[in-house]
Design a protein around this ligand. Sequence first.
Ligand SMILES: N[C@@H](CCC(=O)N[C@@H](CS)C(=O)NCC(=O)O)C(=O)O
Length: 214
Amino acid sequence: MDLRLYDYPPSGNCLKVRILLGHLGHPYERIETDIFGGDTLTQEYADKNPARRTPLLEADGVYLPESSAILWFLAEGSPYLPANPLGRARALQWLLFEQERVGAIAAVRFRLHTGSVTPEDPIADKMRAAGRSALASLEAHLTEHMFLVNDRYSIADIANYCYTHVADDAGIDLGDYPMVESWLRRIEGREGFVNDLAPLPETARVGRGLSIYG
Ligand SMILES: N[C@@H](CCC(=O)N[C@@H](CS)C(=O)NCC(=O)O)C(=O)O
């Protein structure tokens, strides 16, 4: 399969796909897509992904957006996606958990960096509380389990790793979640694991760059 990844290096959502592709050892072309440099605002990009977001996978000329869908598609038939129905449903459960709950950590981290909220802002407090609640759920599960699904490393772990490991940047002390911290280290110790998340640039600050966020 001929793979091309439209990829923004500081994006945790893009990192999920890079981590999985690293494990799979599947060659792919990485197309750096600067979301604050206007790369997603062109008609050419909208024709590929009308939502104008990254990551976007091109597989044999077909376009697939959404990190969870991309992980699922790429992991099919590999040890990173369970084969049995309940295991697959559990993987989906944790992918949805990531989007719905862990996303709060991503949101507050991003807004603090862009300057659209200050650390003292009540909105930041509310988002941090939502992030802490997600980490508490992970902590409870990881007290009983090595990994999120069937105690085996899978795309559920990869997806949930990408924004939990930067919770400190969102003003959330990961030290309060020792089981989560141990799980993060277990993931980082997996063969072929590479975390090459780039720092958010200055162009991400409000008014400095072009993006769908304005
Ligand atoms: N639910 C989507 C979220 C994708 C998303 O928000 N991507 C951000 C980067 S992390 C993006 O490309 N934003 C476009 C922009 O800022 O203009 C996923 O999981 O892939």
